[in-house]
Ligand binder design. Structure first.
Ligand code: ADP
Ligand code: ZN
Length: 611
């Protein structure tokens, strides 16, 4: 066996991990070679470790620039729990505390110093960093430096002179969101000349994606929450009102949930966020105002109760689930009504360019929802990444393949109806004719006298028919025109399919009757079968919570879920056994080991082990 490299030894000793995530090792080696680099990885990809670990290997200190005060505290807490000397300097500290940190930094007692970008404008700070023997500068959320990004922060422009202040010190810039343009901008603003760029895959294999019809939504949401009982969940709604109403429904149904939106006072928002991070309230019903500044690693469920406006937004919001790599679920509730509602608002926008961009974005989201392609493949290809595999095994499209039926007859009826009505109408009209609706529009055109009028009875609802039409579109038997009032037509291959009397197999539409969104799945979703002793897990979770409260830190700073799950699988009862477990480094073994070992030992004595 090869002896583990020095950086692997550091990885286990300080962080308790056995392996690097993709790219981490290359990035760390680059930094240790004193080269600049740009790191582009999705949320949860493990960017922090890329500068935290080299900082331990190198002498001197590392300066970390971060825009979000709340995140600085969590990161520093996590480092300190791992026995690493870290601190932050920002406006949330009293002058006394600031002086204290400054003095420790000057004495070389701080390995990682987190600061807000504003600091770089002050003479005091410039003096401090020239005294500090800084070996590395890490710039987190580096896209904030670019006006082309979605989150430009003028203070980030102060960083342009970091080079001059710290000549010869390598700079690593990190971000989760950057188009080519923003990336180039970061490189030029920070003068990262000739430096390598590490671009990670945006695939998040542990996230399961599903889209379900938005009917009876409160019930559906309740079912999802019940499936993930007690686990942290975020439910995104379109409006402030929507969050309040849904939260009230859920509370009335016995869930512990709080609303969050920009209309609440900063104090209430802060409290709500804290309760969520500290595992006091598991469910937050929020507008998209919630999420930035939260890096809680164990969010198991993200629900979009209303349609998101852009696929980028959807990807970012769902990306907050499962940062710790454990199986987590992202469910979107889709309806045509939401689509029309958004369009209505978009049409009020005066600026034509803006209006058209908003429409394009919305149509992309609609195409994503209606597509019968793999969800993962759709999103990744939108972000310019190839997904080669046939099936991802972890989205509703890829796991429901066995729930198919012979759709020949219904497909023939739909195609015939499109042809008989002259290929001039949208989906809704065609379905009205099939269902025999005597609407004024139908009567005016005398479509009630067609043979296809009313030939679909109770076997399919209009909603189900819509889903079938989407599948026929995906199979290219039908096609849809672009624009606001798209019409559907039969394609060439649709015509030959009809005339050759071929058959077609379709996925059974999801209905309210199929109740639990997962109930229809034959294949188990990826990784979902990890069996651990749930009772012990809950006991350890409580223990973690009480230790966290004592130390005034979020629970995930003590141990992550995966660590507790491993404990609840292998029942370690000695220090050496505990040290083997994921996420248990030397410092945590010392601080929390005895308490956890005692609890596990007493559990095994009374309950025995589950096999
Ligand atoms: P990002 O900043 O890219 O969103 P983080 O740095 O917050 O991601 O890391 C996400 C999670 O992954 C954290 O809980 C972190 O401890 C964990 N993590 C990072 N690197 C590893 C690794 N090599 N093995 C296991 N877990 C890791
Ligand atoms: Zn898939």
């Amino acid at each position: 066996m090869r002896t583990p490299s020095r950086i692997r030894v550091f990885l286990k000793r300080h962080f308790g991990y056995d392996d690097f995530r993709p790219l981490q090792e290359d990035i760390i080696r680059t930094i240790l070679d004193k080269k600049d680099c740009l790191v582009l990885m999705p949320t949860g990809g493990g960017k922090s470790l890329c500068f935290q670990l080299p900082s331990l290997v190198m002498g001197g200190a590392t300066l970390v620039v971060s825009p979000l005060i709340a995140l600085m505290k969590d990161q520093v807490d996590s480092l300190v729990a791992n026995g690493i000397s870290a601190a932050y300097l920002n406006s949330s500290l009293t002058p006394r505390e600031q002086r204290d940190v400054t003095e420790r930094a000057e004495r070389g007692q701080i390995k990682l110093l987190y600061v807000a970008p504003e600091r770089f404008a002050t003479a005091e700070f410039k003096a401090l960093i020239s005294d500090m023997h800084i070996q590395l500068v890490a710039i987190d959320e580096a896209h904030c430096i670019s006006e082309w990004g979605h989150d430009f922060r003028p203070e980030y422009r102060n960083l342009a002179n970091v080079r001059r202040l710290l000549p010869g010190v390598p700079v690593v810039a990190l971000t989760a969101t950057a188009t080519k343009r923003v990336r180039d901008d970061i490189v030029s603003q920070l003068s990262l000349r000739g430096s390598p760029q590490f671009v990670g895959s945006f695939n998040r294999p542990n996230l399961r994606y599903a889209i379900i019809p938005k009917t009876d939504s409160v019930n559906r949401i309740r079912q999802l929450l019940t499936k993930h009982t007690g686990a942290p969940a975020i439910i995104y709604c379109f409006s402030r009102n929507g969050t309040e109403t849904l939260a009230a429904h859920l509370v009335a149904a016995g869930f512990s949930a709080l609303p969050y939106h920009a209309g609440l006072t900063p104090k209430v928002r802060q409290k709500t966020q804290e309760k969520f991070i500290r595992d006091e309230v598991p469910i937050i019903v929020a507008t998209i105002a919630f999420g930035m500044g939260i890096d809680k690693p164990d969010i198991r469920l993200v629900i979009h109760a209303d349609l998101p406006k852009t696929l980028e937004g959807y990807y970012q919001e769902t990306g907050r689930a499962g940062r710790d790599g454990l199986p987590s679920e992202c469910v979107l509730l889709y309806s045509q009504g939401d689509l029309r509602k958004h369009l209505f608002f978009i049409n009020q926008v005066d600026d034509e360019g803006e209006r058209e961009r908003a429409k394009q974005n919305l149509y992309t989201v609609a195409a994503f929802c209606e597509s019968y392609l793999c969800r993962r493949a759709f999103v990744l290809s939108y972000f310019g990444e190839q997904w080669e595999k046939e099936s991802c095994d972890n989205c509703d499209r890829c796991t429901s393949s066995q729930n198919t039926f012979d759709g020949t007859e219904i497909a023939q009826k739909i195609l015939s109806c499109v042809l008989r009505t002259g290929q001039r109408f949208g989906v809704s009209y065609v379905l009205d004719v099939l269902k025999g609706a005597r609407s004024q529009a139908v009567l005016d055109r005398e479509h009630d006298s067609l043979s296809v009028f009313g030939i679909v009875k109770h076997e399919f609802s209009k909603d189900e028919l819509r889903q079938i039409v989407s599948q026929l579109l995906a199979k290219r038997l039908l096609e849809k025109s672009e624009g606001e009032y798209p019409i559907i037509q039969v394609t060439e291959s649709g015509r030959s399919w009809l005339s050759e009397r071929r058959s077609v197999s379709l996925v059974r539409p999801d209905t309210v009757r199929a109740a639990a969104p997962q109930a229809s799945l034959k294949k188990p979703a990826l990784q979902e079968s990890v069996a651990y002793d749930r009772e012990l897990f809950e006991i350890l979770r409580e223990l973690r919570k009480s230790l966290a409260d004592e130390g005034k830190v979020p629970p995930f700073v003590i141990f992550g879920d995966r660590t507790l799950q491993e404990m609840a699988t292998t029942y370690p009862q000695s220090e050496s056994a505990l040290a083997q477990i994921f996420g248990v480094g030397a410092q945590k073994l010392k601080s929390f080991g005895p308490t956890f070992l005692a609890r596990i030992t007493s559990y095994v004595a009374t309950h025995g082990k589950k096999d």
